[in-house]
Structure formats: structure tokens, C-alpha cells
Design a protein around this ligand. Structure first.
Ligand code: PGA
Length: 253
């Protein structure tokens, strides 16, 4: 059975104190409200990694993630953080290929393939993001566009490695805009991605791959999105910065 995952993407938000407060609240609510059958992944900016890890402790169901890692193993790459370093700090997940990194930092499918391999080599679970722009959606080529992102960055992996990857479908036009994809639009793309994965790696692996939806997901629309057969959770930006909203989303299955 595939895992249900709610990953909070804090992006470049939260000072030290704010991050401590948010994490403590999330951990306490998660325990007090006995949230279960879901993995909540907190993905703070790098400096928060260690203090957030301490607050999470061994809380069942809460995991720690990062928002990026280097495509390089180690060495003279000033300002970069490797998968190896992250793993040594107890990080379990890493978001790769977010559209903001593709757009603002010019990360392409080829570079992302290297990052995915680094993550897997050090035992991190990549949350691999894909998604189309509004222009591509209007042109009607969104499905082939998003499939291509997977082909280029993931289809070189061994089945053993591919089985560890989590996919996040995030239509760019829905990120931070308050304009969420409809549950039917999400389902249509998730099913297409699952068929695409099956065409290369087989049905069983595809059926066990968690595919998350991202883009203005919130406590008001999460239930409908997660009711769809192929939507296995969410990658949450804005709403992950509010403990109540984030916890309510984890309870929306
Ligand atoms: P949003 O961001 O929920 O604020 O739209 C989602 C994301 O970019 O991961």
C-alpha cells in the first residue's frame, strides 16, 4: 500500500524563534490529536534542520526533510549542502525540482537527475516535483510536458531506486496563487503520471508510488483533493506555516 504523505514546504520563511514555535505546535497537536496513518514531513530552511529535528524527537509519523541538496557529493562548492551532510543530520526527505528552483535557479531535468541520484545514494527520499506553466496548460500539452520531466530525471533509475521516490505534481499556476487545481484536474494528471511510471517500471511499482498534489492546498480543499484515487497527499506551502492549518490538512484523508 502506498504511503499518505503531507509535506510542509516552508520555503524561505521563518526566523529561528518562529520555526521553533511552529514546530513545537505541530508536534504537540499531532500527538494530542492522535493523527495517524499519515507521514507529516517538515521541510524547513537549512539552518532549522538540527533544532527542528530535536523538537520532532522520535514522534511517530513526523519526519524531517530539506528543500534542496547539491548535485555534487562533497568538496569545494561554496554555499552548497550535500545529501551526505543532510543525511548525517538525520534528514529523511528532500524536495527536488520545485518549480521555483527550476525557474529562479535554472535547474533543469539533467541537473535534477544528478540531485535525485545523490539523495538516493545517501538514503534520502526525494520528493520530486513536476508541473506545467499556465501557457502549457492552455496549449493543452500539460500531460506530455509533465511526463517528460519524469522521463528525463527519473527513468534512468534502477527499479529499486525508483521505488523510493515520491512524486509531487504542482501546476505552477496554482502555487501560491490561491488558485488550486480542481480535484478532477489533479486526479487526471496523477493517473497519467502513474500510468507513465507503470510503462517504464511496471504496474506494481507505479501502484506503490506516492503522488502528492501541491498548489494552494489548504484545510478547505484538502479533503476533496485527497478523496481522489490517485492523490496520496500534498506538498503544502503557505498553509504549512500555520500549525492549525497544517494539522487539519494531515487529518483530511
Ligand atoms: P502553496 O505552495 O501551497 O503556497 O501554493 C506549494 C508549493 O510550492 O510547494
Amino acid at each position: 500500500m502506498r504511503k499518505k504523505i503531507i509535506a510542509g514546504n516552508w520555503k524561505m520563511n521563518m526566523t529561528f524563534d518562529e520555526g521553533q514555535k511552529l514546530t513545537s505546535e505541530i508536534v504537540n497537536m499531532f500527538k494530542d490529536e492522535a493523527v495517524k496513518d499519515v507521514i507529516a514531513v517538515l521541510n524547513p530552511p537549512f539552518p532549522h534542520i538540527f533544532p527542528v529535528k530535536k523538537l520532532i524527537g522520535d514522534t511517530p509519523g513526523i519526519a524531517l526533510g530539506a528543500q534542496n541538496c547539491s548535485a555534487m557529493e562533497s568538496g569545494a562548492f561554496t554555499g552548497e549542502v550535500s545529501a551526505k551532510i543532510l543525511a548525517s543530520f538525520g534528514v529523511q526527505y528532500v524536495i527536488l525540482g520545485h518549480s521555483e528552483r527550476r525557474e529562479y535557479f535554472k535547474e533543469d531535468n539533467e541537473l535534477l537527475a544528478l540531485k535525485v541520484k545523490q539523495a538516493l545514494a545517501h538514503g534520502l527520499t526525494p520528493i520530486f516535483c513536476c508541473g506545467e506553466s499556465l501557457e502549457i496548460r492552455m496549449a493543452g500539452t500539460h500531460e506530455s510536458n509533465v511526463k517528460f520531466q519524469l522521463t528525463e530525471s527519473l527513468f534512468d533509475l534502477s527499479p529499486e531506486d525508483m521505488a523510493k521516490v515520491v512524486i509531487a505534481y504542482e501546476p505552477i499556476w496554482a502555487i501560491g496563487t490561491g488558485k488550486t487545481a480542481t480535484a478532477d484536474q489533479a486526479q487526471e494528471m496523477h493517473a497519467a503520471l502513474r500510468r507513465h511510471i507503470a510503462s517504464k517500471f511496471g504496474k506494481e511499482l507505479a501502484n506503490n508510488t506516492s503522488i502528492l498534489y501541491g498548489g494552494s492546498a489548504n484545510p478547505g480543499n484538502a479533503k476533496e483533493l485527497f478523496s481522489k484515487e490517485d492523490v496520496d497527499g500534498g506538498l503544502i506551502g503557505g498553509a504549512s506555516l500555520k500549525s492549525r492549518d497544517f494539522i487539519d490538512i494531515t487529518k483530511s484523508f
